[in-house]
Design a protein around this ligand. Structure first.
Ligand code: SF4
Length: 229
């Protein structure tokens, strides 16, 4: 069984498939506790029922999209994701898995959308000491990120809120091998248009200098920070 927070049809707002109509399956539960998490109902305070793989497939099949996005929370904490992705593939679906890249599973996937969490994510002052410790022990797993990158198409999405964060991305990339600059995406931290535009005012130039992609959060402009979008 997989705990599911919501299944909905929308338009992908982030990354190389921006603009693509997709069915989103948001699993509920996460092994991290980023302080800036914008889906707390699927991480800090997980909600939703337990769904079987056939139940999820039935719901996904109600929508016409070929593209399916498994997101969270952290979808990779559920072993049944392997069965789910195999079933989706058998139905001709294109699968994106959005993950923080801290858990490895032999899931089938067309696009690994990996968002490694930087030191700026640690919930000091927001969570218990135990969660702060757990978060820092778990968040940095470059060897798992490397394995996922080598399996199929991928994108690395780094959430940044300052130049210091961006500089940390450069350090992070030193540990990885064979990455393609066009697959490295810098995503401004923010859940409102105003916050995103403020971050973009320096981040766009930083991306221009370093040759990385600016990964704006288009769904915020299209729909606002609204559930089910
Ligand atoms: S990894 Fe993602 S879902 Fe989990 S706490 Fe961090 S931002 Fe939220």
């Amino acid at each position: 069984m997989i705990r599911v927070s919501e299944i909905f049809h929308s338009v992908q707002g982030e990354g190389k498939l921006t603009g693509t109509p997709s069915v989103f399956v948001r699993t509920s539960g996460c092994n991290l506790r980023c302080w800036f998490c914008d889906t707390r109902y699927a991480s800090w305070e997980p909600e939703g029922d337990q769904w079987s793989v056939p139940q999820i497939i039935d719901q996904v099949s109600k929508f016409p999209s070929k593209h399916v996005v498994l997101t969270g929370g952290e979808p990779m904490i559920f072993a049944e994701i392997c069965e789910l992705t195999a079933e989706l593939r058998a139905r001709g679906k294109h699968i994106t898995i959005e993950t923080a890249g801290t858990v490895d599973l032999d899931a089938e996937c067309d696009l690994w959308s990996i968002s490694p969490k930087l030191s700026n994510s640690t919930p000091i002052g927001f969570a218990t000491d135990e969660w702060v410790r757990n978060h820092d022990l778990r968040r940095h797993q470059p060897e798992i990120v490397q394995q996922l990158m080598e399996r199929s198409d991928y994108q690395l999405k780094f959430v940044v809120g300052s130049i210091l964060d961006a500089e940390e991305v450069l350090e992070y990339l030193h540990v990885l091998q064979g990455w393609d600059r066009s697959n490295v995406m810098m995503m401004p931290r923010g859940t409102t248009q105003e916050e995103l535009l403020l971050q973009n005012s320096w981040l766009a130039n930083w991306c221009r200098e370093h040759g990385f992609r600016l990964c704006d959060r288009q769904h915020i402009y299209w729909f606002g920070n609204t559930r089910g979008t």
